[in-house]
Ligand binder design. Structure first.
Ligand SMILES: Cc1cc2nc3c(=O)[nH]c(=O)nc-3n(C[C@H](O)[C@H](O)[C@H](O)COP(=O)(O)OP(=O)(O)OC[C@H]3O[C@@H](n4cnc5c(N)ncnc54)[C@H](O)[C@@H]3O)c2cc1C
Length: 579
């Protein structure tokens, strides 16, 4: 493993002040492009103002999907591309992307035929409820689009009786349901980071830095600032790619280009810890319409249930959070599907929000705005001697295809050859992944023997990191010990994440390197314990250590609905779970 600490990376940036391509924004689109260009041997710099995948790329509904709903907007190409990319992710990132059986409750036979047809031909953009016939047509088409490379079963319809028996407590007004297959992603933030680490392993000319902001520019010079130290850098790029997602227009302004290409909508989700709801899902995603015909989802997620999302136009992507009104809206829409399951306020263990970087649009409803991706090119002018390519929109699912399309254009611009394809390239812990249960058992037995970890612990690490779990061996030796406040994590594991995985802040660990926050497992004592480990490795003084903790707690309260009082009252996993 080619480990590089931050200072080494900053020294490299200091020495090399000009790159063929500079990518602004380390969400999934920027990261995908960075990996794609590094594969082609291009010297590329990626700068991310916060942590990798801290923006829209951590706020998704965690579906890796074709987008059944987009068929109504006649976006076949998008659906076809998404299904292809979904299948590739199932193969290239099997440690985090898995099939998900999805069931649609249906409340009428023929509703929506007229409304869907109107939307299909572009004569209306009003949402409406969809009956069995419309859904049948959509699912049939979905199956046709995947027929040449089918990796999951075709759709099926379930009678009302079977639906009621399979999904206990589901709204009894339904006439039938339909089940089809898509996929979900467990750790999107980790998958993004693993691509950064893959490039680090393989390329000497590519460089990616989190906590590095594009502040301004003058002529050819881009002014960057390291938010951890305040150090400034002046660098140049032959081409600059603006992959700042919802912040694309604001970032273009920093390069003296006034654009209005983004029309973001905010989406919020809740994580609900409720045994009856979890049991009722029977391991399926329920893909349902609320009363206005908007599609919402709920599915099992780390022993809880993920429910969402809202879709609200916002003027600015800054500091969006799940408001009380959205919270209520999500719970009300959920009650339409499972009317008898009561959700108590304390069942909501986490919430998250983000802004979809959609293209600016004049459609009457947000659901009709295209989820397709596009490239906006601003040629060089009197303010800038370099062109700016903006990566607009897209879905997490399609990041690789989008990155490949932009990279192909950049190769032409740079007069370079395409030398490699990412289509079949495994990512991070998805490399050399066991193909079936017996291979997995052998992998685990061998890992457990070599590392001297119990089979249980080896399996936990495998679930979290895929085959990258092997890298933890060195940190989880016989001097390692479980965390006092979460016995399923160990000191060595947290030290590994901090040392090897570009951790700069406490929130990087809680929100993005682990699933501690989103799984609803955080408690105050655990946060303090992890902060102490971080502080020790970073050599922080008491003042800095306290400030880090206070900053993280304020952020968790404001952005994820986790009040300090709630965190103090939560049980310690050291007490209730044992490895
Ligand atoms: C609510 C919601 C639900 C979604 N659900 C799904 C889903 O289920 N499936 C799916 O496939 N897709 C889904 N998406 C879409 C998908 O998440 C986004 O399209 C994708 O993450 C966009 O990635 P991005 O890299 O363009 O933007 P971002 O992830 O926002 O990345 C942009 C980055 O640029 C950085 N930045 C901004 N300004 C600067 C600067 N000056 N200097 C340096 N860096 C800067 C930001 O900090 C940010 O990290 C969803 C999105 C949302 C919001």
């Amino acid at each position: 493993m080619k480990m590089q600490n931050r200072q080494t990376l900053l020294d490299r940036l200091e020495k090399k002040s000009a790159f063929s391509v500079v990518v602004i924004g380390g969400g999934i689109n920027g990261i995908g492009l960075y990996r794609e260009l590094a594969l082609q041997g291009i010297d590329v710099l990626l700068v991310e103002r916060e942590d990798f995948c801290a923006g829209a790329s951590s706020a998704l509904s965690r579906m890796i999907h074709g987008g059944l709903r987009y068929l109504e907007n006649a976006e076949y190409e998008l659906v076809r591309e998404s299904l292809r990319e979904r299948n590739r992710l199932l193969k290239n990132a099997p440690h985090y992307v898995s099939p998900l059986a999805t069931t649609i409750p249906i409340y009428s036979w023929f509703d929506g035929v007229w409304g869907s047809a109107m939307r299909f031909f572009g004569w209306s953009d009003k949402p409406c409820n969809r009956g069995a016939l419309v859904i049948k047509m959509g699912l049939w088409f979905y199956d046709v689009l995947t027929s040449s490379e089918r990796v999951m079963p075709k759709h099926r319809f379930n009678s009302a009786k079977k639906t009621a028996a399979s999904w206990l407590g589901i709204n009894a007004d339904l006439v039938c349901s339909a089940t089809y297959y898509d996929a979900w992603i467990s750790h999107p933030e980790r998958l993004g980071l693993e691509m950064i680490l893959d490039v680090q392993e393989q390329s000497n000319s590519a460089l990616a830095l989190n906590y590095m902001t594009l502040e301004s520019s003058e002529g050819a010079a881009l002014q960057l600032k390291d938010s951890r130290t305040g150090q400034c850098f002046s660098i140049a790029g032959q081409v600059v790619v603006n992959a700042a997602g919802p912040w694309i227009d604001l970032t273009n302004q920093k390069m003296q280009h006034q654009s209005q290409v983004i029309g973001g909508t905010k989406g919020s989700h809740l994580i609900i810890n409720n045994g009856a709801l979890l049991a009722a899902l029977d391991d399926h995603m329920i893909y349902y319409e609320n009363k206005e015909g908007r599609v919402c989802i709920l599915f099992p997620y780390f022993g809880n249930v993920l429910v969402g999302s809202t879709d609200i136009k916002v003027e600015s992507p800054k500091g969006v959070t799940c408001t009380e009104q959205e919270h209520r809206y999500i719970l009300e829409s959920l009650a339409g599907v499972f009317p008898d399951i009561e959700i108590q306020p304390q069942d909501v263990v986490f919430s998250f929000s983000g802004v979809r970087p959609l293209p600016s649009s004049k459609t009457a409803t947000n659901g009709q705005i295209s989820r397709n991706h596009s490239i906006h090119i601003q040629p060089p002018d009197q303010h800038r001697p370099y062109p700016v390519y903006s990566m607009i929109g897209g879905k997490w699912t399609t990041f690789r295809a989008f990155a490949e399309q932009v990279s192909d254009k950049l190769l032409v611009e740079l007069d370079r050859e395409k030398i490699s394809s990412s289509q079949n390239l495994s990512i991070g812990g998805g490399k050399y992944y066991p193909n079936d249960q017996s291979q997995k058992d052998s992998w685990l037995a061998e890992f457990s023997e070599q590392s001297k970890l119990s089979l249980n612990r080896a399996e936990t690490l495998f679930q979290r990191y895929g085959t990258r779990a092997r890298l933890l061996q060195e940190y989880c030796d016989d001097t390692d010990r479980p965390l006092e406040h979460h016995s399923q994590y160990s000191l060595g594991e947290i030290q590994f994440l901090i040392t090897e995985e570009r951790v700069e802040t406490l929130l990087d660990i809680l929100l993005r390197r682990t699933s501690l926050a989103i799984s609803g497992e955080l408690n105050l004592a655990m946060i303090e314990e992890i902060n102490q480990i971080l502080s020790k490795l970073k050599g922080w003084d008491q003042l800095k250590t306290d400030a880090e903790l206070a900053g993280a707690l304020t952020f968790l309260e404001k952005n994820h609905g986790l009040e300090q009082m709630t965190l103090s009252n939560r049980p310690s996993y050291g007490e209730i779970k044992n490895v």
